[in-house]
Ligand binder design. Structure first.
Ligand SMILES: Cc1ncc(COP(=O)(O)O)c(C=O)c1O
Length: 398
């Protein structure tokens, strides 16, 4: 087997299971997981109906490029959402089986191992950026996202010599686990750096539709390109998904869009890889991208939940007010995120993800995830609020 496989770290949830293995939770309390970012709100029903209506098409092989109708629907959606001159559905859009798969595959296809191959990732980070980099023979460059820099990487602090070795920069906006949103001006600054040092910007925007202020949707990388009159989106690629937007994480449906010069070789790679999306899933996806009413209702449900949980936890925990995503990223009283996670499980039967499991020792010499927790507010309002109340009781008990 490929020895690079040994470089892949155990997934945070495996580490968490090991941390909890010997602990005993109170049996009189139902377990409440705030760990995995799997939406529990109802999936978009019309998409599921389409899946059934088109089930006979499971009998056909799908093409890697996807149906023209799906590509056009995606192009229309992204162009309207991010104020783009019409995206070209032929060359600037590619359906993928969710952003995780696409992020992983893109790094394998894009990284040139014949020269230094650093991949900049926000730290703490979604694990796939790191795993994809390691398996592709690259070296992660961890850019710390701390309270001091608004939980976003400080790109201007990276020295020119380091930039010269960077081939891909991952942006995660809205961020997992911090909920931080990259402002459009910061995207523009990064695009300037990409031109200067010739790297690709891969912007993971899978939480872009879960935002708290209805009047201020998070900007995206392609929007920044368009504002710079860069309608070829040179060096830029965005990753989007129906998993969070439409509560369809099991559908495995998303897209990449941007620079046609990146999409064409990526499509060639995918043709060999054999990861075309099946036709009934494509029809379901068309229905989902064409409808905004269910997405607005989804946001409303998150808003209500964030308000209730914030009211409960703000008096006892310090956390940045998230602009988007479905996570809270509080600092842990006492600073030991592992011990506090174990205490919450033992005393309250609430599972959370210790921040240190999502980070690595980065630019500042410490793991910026340590001392924090990731709380995924994915369950319905009542159990999520109940979890917040239990966390508060544990803290108040001291
Ligand atoms: C930051 C980030 N990117 C990508 C994904 C993958 O989502 P999907 O593959 O379902 O689109 C997740 C899932 O939790 C995530 O948190």
């Amino acid at each position: 087997m490929n020895p690079d496989l040994d470089a892949l770290h155990p997934y945070p949830f495996e580490k968490l299971a090991a941390l909890k293995a010997k602990l005993i939770a109170p049996t009189d309390l139902d377990p409440i997981p705030l760990t995995i970012g799997e939406p529990q709100h109802a999936p978009f029903a019309a998409a599921l109906k389409k899946l059934h209506a088109h089930q006979a098409e499971f009998a056909r092989y799908p093409a890697t490029a996807g149906l023209p109708g799906l590509r056009q629907t995606i192009a229309n959606w992204a162009s309207a959402r991010f104020s783009l001159q019409a995206l070209d559905a032929e060359t600037q859009v590619l359906p993928v089986n969710g952003t995780r798969e696409a992020i992983f595959a893109f790094v394998q296809a894009a990284l040139d191992q014949t020269r230094p191959a650093k991949v900049a990732v926000p730290n703490p980070f979604y694990q796939i950026y790191e795993g994809a980099t390691l398996l592709a023979g690259g070296e992660p460059l961890y850019l710390d996202c701390t309270a001091e820099n608004g939980f976003r990487p400080n790109f201007s602090a990276v020295p020119a010599d380091t930039w010269r070795e960077v081939q891909i920069v991952f942006v995660c906006s809205p961020g997992n686990p911090t909920g931080a949103v990259t402002p459009v001006e910061e995207f523009k600054q990064l695009i300037k750096l990409a031109d200067e040092f010739d790297f690709i910007i891969a912007s993971d925007e899978c939480y872009s539709e879960l935002y708290l202020d209805e009047a201020h949707p998070p900007p995206g990388l392609l929007q920044a390109c368009a504002e710079l009159n860069r309608h070829d989106y040179q060096r830029c690629l965005v990753f989007h998904s129906l998993s969070k937007r439409s509560n369809l994480p099991g559908l495995r449906s998303g897209f990449v869009a941007g620079d046609a010069a990146l999409i064409a070789p990526f499509k060639r790679y995918r043709t060999y890889h054999g990861c075309a999306m099946s036709l009934p899933l494509q029809h379901a996806s068309i229905a989902a991208w064409q409808d905004e009413a269910h997405v607005r209702a989804n946001r409303e449900a998150y808003r209500e939940k964030f308000a209730a949980v914030t009211q409960e936890l703000a008096p006892v925990l310090d956390f940045p007010t998230p602009e988007a995503s479905f996570y809270l990223w509080p600092a842990v009283p006492g600073g030991d995120d592992i011990a506090f996670t174990q205490r919450l499980f033992e005393q309250a039967h609430v599972s959370v993800l210790p921040g240190s499991l999502m980070g690595s020792v980065g630019t500042s010499g410490v793991n910026p995830g340590s001392g924090r927790l990731r709380l995924a507010l994915v369950a319905e309002l009542a159990p999520t609020l109940e979890a917040a109340q239990r966390i508060r009781r544990v803290i108040e008990r001291g």
